[in-house]
Every structure is written in structure tokens, then in C-alpha cells.
Ligand binder design. Structure first.
Ligand code: HEC
Ligand code: HEC
Length: 230
């Protein structure tokens, strides 16, 4: 199994901080939870099951510090799925657990009216070549992730719509597995359409899991190291 060569540089620039009485302390804790969860996501998309284990375990062992009273059940939910991701035997299970992690983040933020504030960056260009197409896929997946974590309908819909566009014709370099590659690419785009029809956090988390499992499948199949920037 390929490993992520380096922990991706995590962009927190898109996240404007929520205000609160004990902001400084909570921010630090949330920052690292945010980082660990993002590394889990990136490893899954990359098709790197081994890379999910460490950040997954970290999440099960650390509670975000200085949380409002009464949030224990949300932390427990988060940690349950972090453990599932860490112990997953295949990428599909890890992907599904990752969707549930994001859902758990979002459930607490919704209840306590805290959490990140997304600033929607301009959509990545649509282009004919594979790398440009992939950057757009990554943009879309990131918006859908924010859609769950914040949670934000706007971010979710923006990501789903960006995915919906025209699937890429598999290039010759992928010819060996042409049929499956074609299927996976169309599946990604189909999930973008389906994602726009579902509203509940649980159904969205499931679609999200399905989506990143599809990214992972194709990256594994293509057998190329992909530098998934998050
Ligand atoms: C148990 C409740 C709870 C859970 C679970 C939770 N958060 Fe938070 N989070 C909060 C609260 C409350 C705030 C607001 C803190 C404040 O305003 O001081 C917050 C703030 C944030 C912020 C904005 C502050 C910052 O550091 O930039 C981010 C980002 C964030 N959370 C990400 C996450 C992610 C990602 C997860 C899941 C891996 C998560 N949170 C899980 C309660 C939670
Ligand atoms: C049809 C197969 C396929 C699917 C589906 C797919 N990818 Fe890719 N992806 C590739 C291949 C092949 C590469 C390697 C491109 C190269 O070598 O230039 C790649 C590369 C990437 C890259 C690196 C781009 C760069 O700058 O080199 C990112 C980011 C990425 N994929 C994200 C995603 C995300 C997110 C998804 C799911 C929403 C996804 N991909 C789904 C085949 C796929």
C-alpha cells in the first residue's frame, strides 16, 4: 500500500474562527481535531488505508479540550467512528467512517452554534486534462466535507454541483482498466447529482463516504501516487 509522502499542508485559511469566551483554548483543540480529521480524509481519497490509522487513533484518544458542558455524547460519537476508521479493514469502511466523523463534528457544532465558518473559495477551473479535472474533484469533495462539518447547506450544494459536470473521458494511460475507470468516474459525477437530492446529515454522510471510496478506488486502480492537496 502506498503511503502519503508527507502530511499535507492544511489550509485553515478558509476557516474564519468562531467567537467565544474561551476561544483561544478551544481553537487550539479544534485546530488539531480539524487537522487529524483532514488527514484521515486525505489518506482515504489517496487510497492509503495504512495512512488512516494514526490520525484515526489520535482522534479516538483526544477529546477537544474546553468544550461546553453536555457535549460528551457528541465526543463519544466522534470517537466511535474515528475508531472505526482506524480499525477499518478496507477503504470502503474507512471512507464510510470518515463521513460519520464529519457528521459528528457537524452535529455538535449545530447543537452548540459553534464551529467553523466557511468562506467559499472560487470554484476550480474546469479543464480538459486529468490534473485540472482532479483539482476540481478535490475542490468539490472539500466543499462537501465542509457541508457536513460546519454544517453548511451552501457548501454541500456547491460541492455537489461542481461534481455533477461532465465526466472525463478516461485517458489512454488508464486504458488497462478502461471499463472500470469509466464506471468509477461516472459514479463520482452521479453521486454529485444524488448529493443534491438528500438533506439529512446521515444520508449526506453516507453519500460522502461513497464518494471518497470511489476516489480511492480509482486512485488505487490507476496505481499512481496522487498528491491530494487538501
Ligand atoms: C463535542 C462538540 C464538538 C465536536 C465533536 C467538534 N467540535 Fe468543533 N467546535 C465546537 C465548538 C463549541 C466550537 C466553537 C468554539 C469557540 O467558539 O470557542 C468549535 C469550533 C470549531 C472550529 C473553529 C475554531 C477553529 O479552531 O478554527 C473548527 C475548525 C472545528 N470546530 C472543527 C471541528 C472538526 C473538524 C470536528 C470533528 C473532527 C469538530 N470540530 C468536532 C464543538 C465541537
Ligand atoms: C476515473 C478515475 C478517478 C477518479 C474517479 C478520481 N480520480 Fe483523482 N486521479 C486519478 C488519476 C489517474 C490521477 C493521477 C493524475 C496524474 O498522474 O497526473 C488522479 C489525481 C488526483 C489528484 C492530484 C492531481 C494533481 O494535481 O496531480 C487529486 C487532488 C485527485 N485525483 C482527487 C480526486 C478526488 C477528490 C476524487 C473523488 C471525488 C477523485 N480524484 C476521483 C483518477 C481518478
Amino acid at each position: 500500500m502506498r503511503r502519503l509522502l508527507s502530511i499535507p499542508l492544511l489550509s485553515l485559511a478558509l476557516v474564519a474562527c468562531a467567537t467565544g469566551s474561551s476561544q483561544a483554548q478551544t481553537e487550539t483543540g479544534m485546530g488539531s481535531h480539524f487537522d487529524a480529521a483532514a488527514v484521515v480524509h486525505t489518506a482515504v481519497v489517496h487510497g492509503d488505508l495504512t495512512g488512516v490509522r494514526e490520525p484515526g487513533r489520535w482522534l479516538t484518544e483526544h477529546s477537544p479540550p474546553d468544550l461546553p458542558e453536555g457535549t460528551e455524547a457528541y465526543v463519544a460519537e466522534l470517537q466511535k467512528y474515528a475508531r472505526r476508521a482506524a480499525d477499518a479493514r478496507n477503504l470502503e469502511d474507512a471512507a464510510y467512517a470518515t463521513g460519520r466523523i464529519a457528521q459528528a463534528c457537524g452535529a455538535c457544532h449545530r447543537e452548540y452554534e459553534g464551529g467553523p465558518v466557511p468562506v467559499l473559495p472560487p470554484a476550480a477551473d474546469e479543464g480538459p486534462d486529468l490534473p485540472t479535472h482532479m483539482v476540481r474533484h478535490a475542490w468539490a469533495a472539500k466543499r462537501m466535507w465542509e457541508g457536513l462539518v460546519v454544517p453548511s447547506d451552501d457548501a454541500w450544494m456547491a460541492g455537489a454541483q461542481a461534481l455533477e459536470g461532465t465526466p472525463l473521458q478516461p485517458e489512454e494511460a488508464l486504458a488497462e482498466n478502461m471499463e472500470e475507470v469509466d464506471y468509477l468516474e461516472k459514479r463520482c459525477h452521479g453521486l454529485g447529482s444524488r448529493a443534491q437530492l438528500v438533506t439529512g446529515p446521515s444520508a449526506r454522510a453516507r453519500i460522502y463516504g461513497e464518494l471518497i471510496a470511489t476516489c480511492a478506488d480509482c486512485h488505487e486502480l490507476a496505481g499512481r501516487d496522487v498528491a491530494v492537496v487538501w
